[in-house]
Design a protein around this ligand. Structure first.
Ligand code: TLP
Length: 373
């Protein structure tokens, strides 16, 4: 690094203070730490967490366990690592894991349920990503020696690729109760469980207590730069500590990260309603654009998934056109796009995004009409 550089970028305390040049709706993972988080990181008390001596990580784990009403918690570098450690502990090689077809553990975790745990997914497509016990029950392997046995049921709340949908509590409760009666554990990929809690206006503890294990992310809507927590019984978390180390997730002076995580955990859940309102604003606007299909009533958290097949553009083309106007978004298939609201995008940014999408669609429609003449 050039030490004489007149204005090193790192000098700026809160890089959200300047108006953003781009509106980044690709994910809530893109949030930058707040000034308060950066200060806490700079001042964090640290120690070697592999020896269990990082006071800030220990504090974060204790607070997470308290908030979720669990015996113990473990800080892991990513949601993926948290989910995959849980799967490893709950299953044995050669078993099946029941999940929804669009589940993150099945589609975006590098086939680690096969690679690391030696298991196979038994995916079930479900309306809005929400599985029900009758659907799951049909897919539980009969107890015969010549069928791979079901080892685990994993739910996702909110469901990312279904558009941030939320489990009705009685549906989740019934799955957990019935699964337990059948001798099966249930894991919750609760990457965005605080969004779900904000949507149903209930504490996270109440909506997660029946699950055998819960993973949630600090680094999404809660705005921390890095990290997730895995929660469960004391013996479950003792085993998780072994696998975290085996996967290279022993983070030494990770208190630097946990310090930001503590602020994310304590302070950020209270502002998630704003993200949900912005997502609904986007959904309402998108529903007015010719060629776009979306039911705004289904947008209850911070994720907006919409169908663009009627616009004549595919998701690569639309996202390129949006990027030309400084708005970033990802396609999740050629016909579907995803917008994710978060603390670094305000209402004006969402309005800009709507304008960019509208203009791209209208221009394309005009070009098509001209070409047809
Ligand atoms: N989701 C990311 C991408 O990987 C798709 C995103 O941009 O939404 N569970 C769920 C439900 C998730 O959405 C994610 C990340 C994870 C687990 C994994 O978390 P990380 O990225 O921390 O490994």
């Amino acid at each position: 690094m050039n030490r004489t550089s007149p204005q090193p970028a790192i000098e700026r305390d809160d890089n959200r203070a300047a108006p953003p040049l781009t509106v980044d709706l690709r994910s809530d993972t893109v949030t930058k730490p707040t000034a308060e988080m950066r200060r806490a990181m700079a001042e964090a008390e640290v120690g070697d967490d592999v020896y269990g001596e990082d006071p800030t990580i220990n504090h974060l784990e204790q607070r997470a366990a308290e908030i979720f009403g669990r015996e113990a918690a473990i800080f892991v570098p990513s949601g993926t690592m948290g989910n995959q450690i849980a799967i490893k502990i709950h299953t044995r090689p050669g078993q099946e894991i029941i999940c929804e077809s669009r589940a993150h553990i099945f589609n975006y975790e590098m086939a680690m349920l096969a690679h690391f745990s030696g298991c196979m997914a038994r995916p079930i497509p479900a309306e809005d990503g929400v599985l029900t016990w009758p659907e799951i029950k049909k897919q539980i392997a009969p107890k015969t020696y010549y069928r791979a046995q079901t080892g685990l049921i994993s739910l996702e709340n909110t469901h990312n690729m279904a558009g941030g949908t939320v489990y009705p509590q009685r549906v989740a409760d019934e799955i957990c109760d019935q699964a337990h009666d059948a001798g099966l554990p249930v894991h919750l990929d609760g990457a965005r469980i605080f969004n779900a809690a904000a949507a149903v206006k209930r504490p996270v503890k109440e909506i997660t207590l029946k699950f055998d294990s819960v993973m949630f992310c600090l680094s999404k809507g809660l705005g921390a730069p890095v990290g997730s927590l895995l929660l469960g019984s004391r013996s479950f978390i003792d085993q998780a500590r072994v696998y975290r180390k085996a996967l290279g997730g022993g983070m030494r002076q990770g208190g630097i990260l946990a310090a930001a995580g503590l602020i994310a955990l304590e302070k950020m859940p209270a502002r998630l309603r704003d993200d949900h309102d912005n997502a609904r604003f986007l959904a309402d606007g998108l529903a007015q654009i010719a060629g776009i299909r979306i039911d705004p009533a289904k947008v209850v958290t911070n994720i907006v998934v919409f169908d663009i097949s009627g616009t004549g553009l595919n998701s690569v083309e639309l996202s390129q056109r949006m990027a030309e106007e400084g708005v970033l978004a990802n396609g999740i298939s050629p016909e579907a796009m995803r917008l994710v609201t978060h603390m670094d995008v305000d209402r004006a940014g969402c309005a800009r995004a709507l304008q960019a999408i509208k203009r791209a669609c209208e221009r394309h429609a005009t070009l098509r009409r001209t070409a047809q003449r």
